[in-house]
Design a protein around this ligand. Structure first.
Ligand code: ZN
Length: 136
């Protein structure tokens, strides 16, 4: 599922980052596994994907991982649906199988959206939890 990564390009980009004062982190990109770099500005970047959200805890890292996977999944599903749309446009006869596949992909897309909503709700709850409470 992962895209092919040009090793030379990563190494080149990584050395550019190092030269600009970025430091290599122990964490790796949840999408491609490349080591992440922290810029002097404090931003965390992947040499392949560019900016990556800054994660502090193991739990954060796994959530960021899920979010990245969902994003990739969404893109793949959208591509698949696009293929079916052009197939429907170009062919005169509509095959039942295609319709069934489209429905399945739409179902998958809907599930991705639902998971996203659940994740964002969890995030909201954490924010409220993290807010300091005054002891009386
Ligand atoms: Zn990456």
């Amino acid at each position: 599922m992962l895209e092919r990564i040009d090793r030379d390009a990563i190494i080149k980009r990584a050395s550019e980052l190092m030269r600009s004062g970025a430091t290599m982190l122990a964490e790796s990109c949840p999408l491609c596994g490349s080591p992440l770099f922290k810029l002097t500005s404090g931003e965390v970047v992947c040499p392949v994907h560019g900016r990556v959200m800054l994660v502090k805890t193991e739990e954060d890292l796994s959530k960021a991982n899920v979010t990245s996977v969902l994003t990739e999944l969404e893109k793949s599903i959208a591509n698949r649906l696009g293929d079916y749309v052009s197939k429907l446009k170009s062919s005169k006869e509509v095959e039942f199988e295609d319709i069934r596949n489209i429905i399945s992909w739409l179902d998958a897309l809907e599930r991705v959206e639902k998971i996203r909503i659940i994740l964002s709700k969890e995030k909201e709850q954490e924010k409220t939890k993290a807010r300091p409470t005054r002891k009386t």
